[in-house]
Design a protein. Structure first.
Lengths: 502, 534
């Protein structure tokens, strides 16, 4: 004990110094407590209040995120800064990830109580806001975690919040099944990941990824190390939902209430990509690393994921289920950006994920809208709604076009950036896998059009005779989706406004 | 000026969207006004289009006319330099003819939209959006801009066919969409490859500028599509792969057999105005793309593959003609005749002679007018009795004399009667194909012979149709009801048809109306490809 005493001041200094780099997370913690207490004090009627507090709070967090950029620059640490004794790493690209997460969370917070089914829940929604805030804190940590321990803890934090969200409304057998399935698979996959982490720790004797973990692993048995890495990747894969860790996605997305699906399909996934980058970076930049071939693994997984996700989506008729499979396909596409391991690839990936997130949330919000107003869950139910709700339907078309990746939408520019970063990387090293990835990406775009267009097909093209039930109106989701569609169009025409900051 | 030309439709579309539905009767007039304004601008462009060696365009950026170049996307990508895509529009001889043709065809299409009765706001908004994209494609000189307009056409067309089409419209619309998208996503990959291979000599940035892409000196050494580095993709030479991918994308549009199967479905199911746009303008985008992009950027591959291009052209000509002979649906005959006639475009391009390419451009312009006329005429009958089966009609000649006059003009012009534009166009394409064997040895003479045989077959199906439907005593499947329904052409229809007939005749008698404008560019293109190859 006594030999550690001289080290203590140093640790305290480090912690104290880290705090100023930790402001967004501290804000989030405070916000969580405030929302939580508001809920306790005002009880069930506090939904609106909690919502306002949460939204304002997240705005403040976004401001803090932006402030961090200049903080890194003024302190002369453009490459990044380690926090809390190498537990976390704050770098410029991952601040962007945090920014993306917070912006999407902000949109989601607005959207949660506009879904009639979720709002009808008797527990009230106040709890939901505190859970979401807590999960955003976890997501922030995920983007920064560089220590095997912090990686695991941050993932678990997000997982716990997600379990609660999925099971929040468990009024029928499908939602209950979804909730239970998610918890079981989630628990199993984090156990697998924990096992992998403990193996890595055992082989290298260090939890610090940027410290001696990698150099320690080089000396261990190659096969065993590869096995351990594979286990960890599978754990992360559960969050990203790439094949073969995708099987839970359709059921859970379909069963969870729509806003929660919007949450699951965007935020944890985006943070998962950040975490994957964090986990891979030490290996990639360790010159002597010759074991597990990440590029090969991720390329193969990416290709399979794109094919499986997109082709499976073709067969779906339930809108949420279709979007679930399509989000698997998007994961595959985004993996393409990671495989390049370049700065450009990373910024293209971030942009792609932001655009995907906006479009996916908007698509699910519109799915809510049609469920609210017309009770439609299947594409069949959308028949003829295009004439009744023209504005919402046109927005839906724009958003789906963006998800497909056609001009003039942000989805197209996102796809373009990812493709060009992969191409640039191909031009350097002539790796056949990159070419295969691009060809698969192009092919699956055509496939994805086939199922995305189903929604406009039913909205506009299929004719119906019955136009009996009166047209109801609801403005909140409509306004949101108009704004998001406009954003998507503007980003499609002028991508330079955003990508230059990424 | 070009910017105005491109974006006028979208302005009017905006007006239509904003206007309340109660004003729906005025939508067609607004659309007509938009297309007329556009026609005026393009005629003005045509009149002010300068000719001469200094204005030939093709691979000289300074020789394009009415150029507008505004920086659009300039992104600093760190180590990879700056991404540069400009709003860069301009025209040369290849585009001016097509531009005027497009504007006139759009007016006719707007006139034929009178038949649309449901959901007018949606129809005319999409119509004008499509109009913008079509004009944009012909004006863009930046590949990125070109691609955006190229893709932007698909969605309006999907809805126009899908929402206002015939019985099998859903199938036809999705088939069209998937087919074209299949071509264009791979085009996207090649576009990115070209972009990363080419550097703007002035700024040192990678660029999407098509004119820069034509100059082999601008390719970075060691880049995928560099002429010097001989890179391979999956074991094939990279430039060949690039050419083939782009060619397939455009061949789907043309359409070249065997990539044509979307066309009969889409044409038959589409409402008349959309058929007119499809046949009159959309197919030309394929031909234009092959000339401007495939031939311009990959000239050496185009000439080494010329034999195959010529063969595909011949197959299209003959296969289209045979299919047209076998059809029972009036509209399907016209659709297959389009396949056949567009084959001449490919044949002319493949010859890579001045005659051949002039003939190809001329054929595109001429077919634009003729196909418009034919589809408009089919629409006239269909609107009156909602039937187009050839064997259900007989003796229309006595029932609808004015209609028959126009049908005869259109048929005879299409089958290449001297004095009409198609004759000039086909004659030049074939002359190019004949000459090719002695000038550059790209195409064997038998190809030209088969092309000429194709004309013969086109005479067969047109004349046979004429005989079956229009001659003889009146005998209709629908009996008296049809007889009263089949009234002769109205004033509006005559107003739409007369200018087309006049233009076709004028070009046939004075081909210099087109040739004088395109000649410099065609010569420049032929010279340019020759220089690159040798």
């Amino acid at each position: 004990m006594h030999e550690l005493t001289p080290l203590i001041p140093h640790y305290i200094d480090d912690v104290y110094d880290s705090i100023k780099y930790f402001m967004p997370e501290i804000y989030l913690s405070i916000l969580f407590i405030v929302v939580f207490i508001t809920d306790l004090i005002f009880g069930r009627n506090s939904r609106q209040l909690c919502k306002i507090i949460a939204c304002v709070g997240v705005l403040l967090v976004i401001v803090q995120d932006l402030y961090q950029v200049s903080l890194l620059l003024t302190n002369g640490q453009p490459t990044g800064h380690f926090l809390f004794n190498n537990m976390l790493l704050l770098t410029r690209p991952f601040i962007t990830f945090k920014f993306v997460i917070d912006v999407l969370a902000f949109i989601l917070l607005f959207y949660f109580d506009w879904d009639h089914k979720l709002r009808a829940h008797k527990k009230g929604l106040s709890d939901l806001y505190s859970i979401v805030i807590a999960s955003v804190l976890g997501l922030h940590l995920m983007t920064m975690a560089v220590n095997l321990l912090s990686i695991y803890l941050s993932i678990e934090m997000v997982s716990l919040a997600s379990y609660l969200l999925v099971a929040y409304r468990s009024d029928n057998s499908i939602t209950t099944e979804a909730g239970l399935k998610y918890v079981l698979f989630g628990a199993a996959s984090s156990a697998i990941m924990l096992y992998g982490i403990s193996l890595l720790y055992g082989f290298s004797g260090s939890l610090n990824m940027f410290g001696s973990t990698v150099s320690g692993l080089v000396q261990a048995n190659g096969t065993a190390v590869s096995f351990a890495i594979l286990l960890v990747l599978l754990g992360i894969g559960f969050k990203l939902s790439f094949v073969p860790m995708h099987f839970w996605v359709p059921d859970v997305y379909e069963g969870a209430s729509t806003p929660v699906t919007a949450y699951l399909s965007t935020l944890p996934k985006i943070a998962g990509f950040a975490l994957l980058m964090n986990f891979l970076t030490p290996f990639i930049f360790y010159a002597k690393w010759s074991g597990f071939d990440f590029k090969l693994f991720l390329s193969a997984v990416g290709i399979i994921t794109m094919i499986a996700g997109n082709f499976a989506a073709v067969l779906q008729t339930n809108v949420k289920r279709m979007l679930a499979y399509s989000s698997i396909g998007h994961t595959g596409f985004a993996l393409m950006g990671i495989v390049t391991f370049t700065q450009q690839g990373l910024s293209a990936l971030t942009y792609y994920l932001l655009v995907y997130g906006i479009a996916n949330i908007a698509a699910l919000a519109l799915a809510s809208y049609f469920t609210n107003l017309a009770g439609a869950e299947d594409v069949e139910g959308y028949k003829g709604l295009g004439v009744k709700y023209p504005v919402a339907s046109v927005c839906f078309v724009i958003i789906l076009i963006s998800l497909t990746g056609l001009p003039v939408t942000a989805g197209f520019t996102g796809k373009l950036f990812v493709f060009s970063s992969v191409y640039a990387s191909y031009q350097q090293n002539h790796d056949i896998w990159l070419l295969l990835l691009m060809v698969t990406g192009a092919l699956t775009t055509v496939v994805s059009l086939f199922y995305y267009i189903k929604i406009p097909l039913y909205l506009f093209v299929k004719r119906t005779d019955i136009l009996s039930d009166p047209v109801k109106s609801s403005y909140n989701i409509l306004t949101l989706s108009i704004i998001l569609s406009l954003v998507i169009l503007l980003l499609g025409i002028f991508p330079g406004w955003l990508i230059s900051y990424f | 000026m070009l910017t105005l030309l491109i974006f006028i439709p979208i302005l009017f579309a905006f007006i239509i969207v904003v206007l309340p539905s109660s004003a729906r009767a005025s939508f067609k007039y607004i659309t007509l006004l938009a297309t007329l304004v556009q026609l005026c601008i393009s005629v003005w462009l045509y009149l002010n289009f300068k000719t001469g060696a200094g204005f030939s365009g093709i691979d000289h950026e300074s020789q394009f006319q009415f150029v507008q170049k505004i920086p659009w996307i300039h992104l600093n990508l760190g180590g990879l330099g700056t991404m540069q895509a400009d709003y860069f529009v301009g025209i040369d001889g290849i585009s001016i003819g097509l531009l005027v043709m497009t504007s006139l065809v759009m007016v006719i299409a707007a006139l034929s939209s009178w038949e649309i009765k449901s959901n007018l706001k949606g129809f005319f908004a999409l119509f004008l959006l499509l109009d913008m994209a079509l004009i944009g494609v012909f004006c863009s000189l930046d590949f990125f801009l070109f691609y955006i307009f190229y893709e932007l056409m698909l969605l309006p067309l999907y809805f126009l066919i899908g929402m206002w089409g015939g019985a099998r419209r859903e199938y036809a619309a999705i088939k069209f969409f998937l087919y074209t998208l299949f071509g264009s996503v791979f085009m996207l990959l090649v576009m990115i490859g070209l972009y990363l291979s080419v550097k703007d000599p002035a700024t040192g940035n990678h660029t999407f500028n098509m004119v820069q892409m034509m100059n082999p000196a601008n390719y970075e050494i060691g880049s995928v599509f560099s002429t010097l580095s001989h890179q391979t993709i999956f074991g094939f030479p990279a430039r060949t792969v690039g050419f083939v991918v782009l060619f397939i994308a455009f061949a789907i549009k043309v359409p070249v057999v065997p990539l044509h199967t979307w066309l009969p479905d889409a044409h038959v199911e589409a409402p008349t105005p959309v058929s007119i746009i499809l046949a009159g303008i959309l197919l030309k985008i394929g031909g234009y793309g092959i000339i401007r992009i495939c031939l311009g950027i990959f000239p050496e591959v185009a000439s080494s593959g010329a034999w195959w291009l010529g063969l595909l052209g011949i197959i299209s000509i003959l296969y289209g003609a045979f299919n047209a002979l076998a059809q029972k649906d009036f509209k399907r005959i016209i659709a297959y005749s389009s396949v056949s006639q567009m084959g001449f475009v490919l044949l002319g391009i493949a010859s890579q002679t001045a005659e051949g390419i002039s003939g190809a451009v001329m054929q595109m312009v001429s077919h634009g007018f003729l196909a418009t006329m034919l589809f408009f005429l089919v629409g006239v009958v269909y609107n009156r009795v909602h039937n187009r089966e050839i064997y259900n009609f007989r003796g229309l000649g006595t029932l609808m004399p004015k209609y028959t006059v126009f049908i005869m003009i259109a048929f005879f012009a299409s089958l290449g009667l001297p004095g009409f534009s198609a004759f000039i166009a086909e004659a030049f394409s074939l002359a190019g194909a004949f000459k090719s064997s002695s000038v550059n040895g790209l195409l064997p003479q038998w190809m030209a012979v088969f092309g000429a045989i194709g004309i013969l077959f086109s005479a067969c199906y047109f004349l046979w149709t004429l005989q079956r439907m229009f001659f003889g005593s009146v005998s209709l499947k629908g009996g008296e009801i049809w007889k009263t329904a089949l009234v002769d052409l109205s004033t509006r229809e005559i107003i739409a048809l007369v200018p087309l007939a006049l233009v076709v005749l004028a070009i046939g008698i004075m081909p210099s109306l087109v040739f004088s404008k395109i000649n410099d560019s065609v010569l420049e293109l032929v010279n340019f490809t020759k220089n690159i190859i040798h």
